[in-house]
Design a protein around this ligand. Structure first.
Ligand code: FES
Ligand code: FES
Length: 166
C-alpha cells in the first residue's frame, strides 16, 4: 500500500546487528527473507501449522510467519544460515541430518534444524517419544519422520562425542 508508514526495525540476526525499514505489519518471515535477504527460512502454510518458518528467538523456537518483525526488535534471532560455524562447518544437527538422510526435498529442513537445535540444548538425550513430541510442530511431507528421528539421536551422539553445542 503506498504511503503506508514504515519503521526502522533492528535486531541481531545470526550474531550480526541488522536493520531495515518496514511497515508494522511485516511478518518476521518476510522481514528475514525479503528485507534481509536470508531466504534459508522457508514459508509454507503461512498460518502457523507447518513449522517450516521456525527460527530461534533468544534461543527459543518461534514461527516467524506468526511473529511481527517489530516484536523481534532488540532480540537475538538465529536462522538456518546461522547454525553452521563461521568457517562453514556444519553444526552437529546439520551433519546428523545429512548423514542419516533426515531430508528429501529439504523444504521443511530449516525449520526442523532450528527446532532440533533447541530441543537438544534443553534435552541432550531425548527418548523416541520426547523426539516425536519435540518435532510435533514441524510437518514433513517426504520422509515419514523415521530418518528425522534417527537424525536427532545421531546429533545427540555427535554432541556428546565432541562436546560441541547443538
Ligand atoms: S509457514 Fe509458518 S508455520 Fe507454516
Ligand atoms: S523433506 Fe520434503 S517436506 Fe520434509
Amino acid at each position: 500500500m503506498s504511503g503506508e508508514p514504515t519503521f526502522e526495525i533492528a535486531m541481531t540476526v545470526n550474531g550480526v546487528r541488522r536493520s531495515a525499514r518496514a511497515p508494522a505489519r511485516r511478518l518476521l518471515s518476510d522481514f528475514l527473507r525479503h528485507d534481509l535477504g536470508l531466504t534459508g527460512t522457508h514459508v509454507g502454510c503461512e498460518h502457523g501449522v507447518c513449522g517450516c518458518c521456525t527460527v530461534l528467538m533468544d534461543g527459543e523456537p518461534v514461527r516467524s510467519c506468526l511473529t511481527f518483525a517489530v516484536t523481534a526488535t532488540g532480540h537475538e534471532i538465529t536462522t538456518v544460515e546461522g547454525l553452521a560455524s563461521e568457517d562453514g562447518e556444519l553444526s552437529p544437527v546439520q551433519r546428523a541430518f545429512q548423514e542419516c538422510h533426515g531430508l528429501q526435498c529439504g523444504f521443511c529442513t530449516p525449520g526442523f534444524l532450528c527446532t532440533v537445535t533447541a530441543l537438544l540444548r534443553d534435552n541432550p538425550r531425548p527418548t523416541d517419544e520426547e523426539v516425536l513430541e519435540g518435532i510435533s510442530g514441524n510437518l514433513c511431507r517426504c520422509t515419514g519422520y523415521q530418518n528425522i528421528v534417527k537424525s536427532v539421536h545421531r546429533a545427540a551422539d555427535l554432541i556428546a562425542e565432541s562436546g560441541e553445542t547443538p
